[in-house]
Design a protein around this ligand. Structure first.
Ligand code: DAH
Length: 344
């Protein structure tokens, strides 16, 4: 039995020497030392031996088991270290590598300008018209007729207005003023609204003109609204938008849907009124059109001009952004050059 033990011991030892990995070690442990392993089946025979032999063979068996355990543990530790090192080497994080650059989007300058203007008017008590009352594909009826624009008015000419093919009387709106009509048809005074949106005109594109751009329309209708209210609101808007108190000028003008009408100028941002290339030497920049709502317009939507009065205004978002940020070409807003867009 001693011999048997020694044979197994020797073969276990040589297996351990040949082992290459932790899993080899585990296999050897299973083969020799587990409950179903070779030593255990021999140890079962111990009970048939004499007491004397039991003691010596038992002691030998214990010693051999301990030796093998020891050897296995040593080998296991060596392989463990080795495998760990390999793994650490392989999984090493190279902290000298460049990180991934994430491009961050930003708000388009026109959106930002629109938001700013809208919020100024909201603070002055105006609310924003629901989009369904301000459609971009519009009828001549809303874009012109109801705004008191005569049938023969040159703005209706196909050279200025885009007419939708095969749909008589349907246009891409040339101004946001049609929203005034939609609102007044849907709401009784007091009405105090603004309506931002895109408009289309058949222009030759250049640094100053694009065939679509953006406007913000305003309308305030109530009892006793006067030209003084118009001046007060628009002066306050200009003060808030351009910052410091800039001189303004209300210049008599004409629009079919307002009477009287005024264009509003602000002192040139570039030359402070001295006269430069931007203001064509006048010292003034025109920034919006406005006026008291024409009584024909009020009557058209069933509002009695003897009871109610109102003022309206319309401004170009691109123009206001160009003046504030000294941008000299309207096309920059639309050709998606990141070098331009990233400046805002
Ligand atoms: N709709 C005009 C345009 O496109 C701007 C305008 C002028 C709007 C006077 C108004 C207004 O509401 O009262 O040029």
């Amino acid at each position: 039995m001693k011999e048997q033990l020694e044979n197994i011991y020797n073969s276990a030892k040589s297996d351990i020497e040949k082992a290459q990995s932790i899993s080899d070690i585990d296999e050897i442990r299973l083969k020799y030392l587990s409950r179903k392993g070779e030593f255990n089946s021999i140890k079962k025979g111990l009970k048939d031996l004499s007491d004397e032999d039991k003691r010596t063979v038992g002691a030998l068996a214990n010693k051999i088991t301990q030796d093998l355990e020891e050897m296995l543990r040593e080998k296991h530790d060596i392989f463990y270290q080795k495998e760990l090192n390999e793994k650490l080497q392989k999984d090493r994080i190279d902290i000298t590598l460049d990180g991934k650059y994430f491009h961050q989007g930003r708000i388009h300058p026109l959106t930002e300008t629109t938001n700013e203007i809208v919020s100024i008017f909201q603070n002055l008590g105006f609310s924003v018209v629901a989009p369904e009352l301000s459609p971009e594909v519009e009828t001549e009826y809303y874009n012109f007729d109801m705004l008191n624009v005569p049938k023969e008015h040159p703005a209706r000419d196909v050279q200025d207005t885009f007419y939708v093919k095969d749909m008589p009387g349907v246009v891409l709106r040339s101004q946001t003023s049609g929203a005034q009509i939609h609102v007044m048809e849907n709401q009784k005074p007091p009405i105090k609204v603004i309506s931002p949106g895109r408009v289309y005109r058949n222009e030759n594109i250049n640094a100053r003109k694009n065939n679509f751009f953006h406007q913000i329309e305003g309308l305030y209708v109530d009892k006793d609204i006067t030209f003084g209210d118009l001046k007060g609101v628009l002066n306050e808007f200009i003060r808030l938008y351009f910052g410091s108190a800039r001189p303004t000028r209300f210049r008599s003008s004409f629009f079919p849907f307002t009477e009287p009408s005024a264009e509003v100028d602000v002192q040139c941002i570039m030359c402070q009124g001295k006269g430069c290339r931007i203001c064509s030497g006048t010292g003034w920049l025109e920034i919006l059109g406005s006026g008291m709502v024409h009584e024909n317009v009020l009557r058209g939507v069933g509002i009695d001009p003897d009871v109610y009065s109102g003022f309206a205004f319309g401004m170009g978002v691109e123009r206001l952004a160009m003046l504030k940020y000294a941008i000299d070409d309207i096309r920059l807003f639309f050709n998606n050059d990141k070098r331009f867009l990233e400046q805002f």
